[in-house]
Design a protein. Structure first.
Length: 337
C-alpha cells in the first residue's frame, strides 16, 4: 500500500488537504491525478484485490473511500472510520455495499450508472451471439487443426435474428440490450418489478411473468441487480422451464444464476448454451466444471471493459468522491432507500 500527502491544490472546488482518501485500486492516470489533489491518499498498489486486512488498516481516520465491486463495504468497516463522509464505487452495481449501514452512519454512496450502459449491453450481445452461434467451439476447431472441409452440418448454432429475446431486469442495461435485439429483428419480452411503458412504446417490448418469459424466449439475458430477492432467480426450475434450444446470458451478477443447476442444464442439453460475463464464484477457478462444457462461453467480468468506458467510470467515481468530501450532493448517488 502506498500513502502520500495531498498534491498542491490548484483549482476551485477541491477538498481540504487534511482529508484522507483510501483507494482500493489504482485508477487511470488522469483520474488518479485528480484524486491526489483531494487529500492524503492511501492507495492499494499490491497485486490482486486489496486484502481485507490492508483495507481495515487503511480505513482509520479515512474521510473518503473509492472502492470497486470486489470490496465488501459493511458496517464493521464503516465503524473503523467514524469520520467517513463518502463511499464512491467504481461500478454501477451496489451489492457489495451495505447501503443501510451507510445510511445509518450518514455516509453518502456514489456509483457509476449510465456511462457504462451501452458498453455493457454490447458485451451482453457479444456473449449472446457467441453462445448461440458456437463461436468458442469454432475458434477451438480451427486452432486445433480440425478444419478440413466446408461441412453443411458443422457446428450448427441457433439463430439470433428474428427470434424472441427475454430480458430479466429491464433497467438501463436491460433496455439497452433490448434495443440491440430490436435492431436484430427480435421481439422483446421482459420481466421487471416495474412496468416500462417507454420501452413498450418505443421497442414493442412486452412485460411478462417470469415463468412465461422463460418458457417462450429463444434467448434469455439476465441483467438485473443482485439483491436478496433476485439471488438464484435463475435456478434449476427456471432452467428446466426454458426451451432446449435456448441460450442464457448472464451480464448482471454471478449469484443471479444457480451455478450447479446451470452446469447440469448445459451438460444434459436441457438448454442449448450459455454466455457468462459474471459467475459464482468469481474469479472462476480454471478447473471449474463450467469451463469443461463446450456450450458455455465464459469471460472474466469484462462488461464495461473498454478504454473509453473505464475512463468515464473513473472520472465519475472521482466526481462522486470529491462531492462527498465537500459535503455536496453527489452527481450520481446510490438510492439508499
Ligand atoms: P438499473 O437500471 O438500476 O437496473 C436494475 C434492474 O434490476 C432493474 O430492472 C430492477 O428492476 C432490477 N431490480 C433491482 N432490485 C430488484 C429487486 N429487489 N427485485 C427484482 N428486480 C430488481 O441498473 P443497470 O445500470 O441496468 O445495471 C444492472 C446490473 O447490471 C447492476 O446492478 C450490476 O450488477 C450489473 N452490471 C454488470 C456489469 C458487468 O460488467 N457485467 C456492468 C454493469 C452492471 P426494476 O426495473 O423493476 O426497477
Ligand atoms: C460492473 O459489474 C458494475 O457493476 O459496474
Amino acid at each position: 500500500m502506498t500513502c502520500k500527502e495531498a498534491a498542491p491544490r490548484s483549482g476551485l472546488g477541491l477538498a481540504s488537504s487534511h482529508m484522507k482518501v483510501v483507494l482500493t485500486h489504482a485508477l487511470p492516470d488522469d483520474a488518479a491525478l485528480r484524486v491526489d489533489r483531494l487529500g492524503d491518499v492511501c492507495s492499494w498498489t499490491g497485486a490482486g484485490p486489496m486484502p481485507r486486512g490492508a483495507l481495515v488498516e487503511a480505513m482509520a481516520d479515512a474521510d473518503g473511500l473509492l472502492c470497486t465491486l470486489v470490496d465488501t463495504i459493511d458496517g464493521d468497516l464503516l465503524d473503523l472510520a467514524p469520520g467517513l463522509k463518502v463511499v464512491s464505487t467504481f461500478s454501477v452495481g451496489l451489492d457489495h455495499i451495505d447501503l443501510a449501514a451507510c445510511a445509518a452512519r450518514s455516509v453518502a454512496v456514489g456509483h457509476t450508472p449510465d456511462v457504462l450502459t451501452e458498453t455493457t449491453a454490447d458485451t451482453a450481445f457479444a456473449l449472446l451471439l457467441a453462445a448461440a452461434r458456437r463461436l468458442r467451439e469454432g475458434i477451438d476447431y480451427v486452432r486445433d487443426g480440425r478444419w478440413q472441409e466446408w461441412d453443411p452440418d458443422l457446428l450448427l448454432g441457433r439463430d439470433v435474428h428474428s427470434t424472441r429475446l427475454g430480458i430479466v431486469g429491464m433497467g438501463r442495461i436491460g433496455t439497452a440490450i433490448a434495443r440491440r435485439g430490436v435492431a436484430f429483428g427480435m421481439t422483446v419480452g421482459y420481466w421487471s418489478r416495474t412496468a416500462k411503458p417507454e420501452a413498450e412504446a418505443s421497442l414493442g417490448a412486452q412485460r411478462l411473468a417470469l415463468d412465461e418469459l422463460l418458457e417462450t424466449s429463444d434467448h434469455v439475458v439476465v441483467a438485473c441487480a443482485l439483491t436478496d430477492d433476485t439471488r438464484h432467480i435463475i435456478d434449476a426450475r427456471a432452467l428446466d422451464s426454458m426451451k432446449s434450444s435456448a441460450t442464457l446470458v448472464n451480464i448482471g451478477r454471478g449469484p443471479l444464476v444457480d451455478t450447479d443447476a446451470l452446469v447440469r442444464a448445459l451438460g444434459s442439453g436441457s438448454i442449448f448454451a450459455a454466455g457468462l460475463d459474471v459467475t459464482e464464484p468469481e474469479p472462476l477457478p480454471a478447473d471449474h466444471p463450467l469451463l469443461s462444457l463446450s456450450n458455455c462461453t465464459v469471460i472474466p467480468h469484462l462488461g464495461s471493459s473498454t478504454v473509453e468506458t473505464r475512463s468515464a467510470m473513473a472520472h465519475l467515481a472521482v466526481d462522486n468522491l470529491a462531492a462527498g468530501l465537500l459535503g455536496e450532493p453527489l452527481p450520481r448517488p446510490a438510492d439508499v432507500g
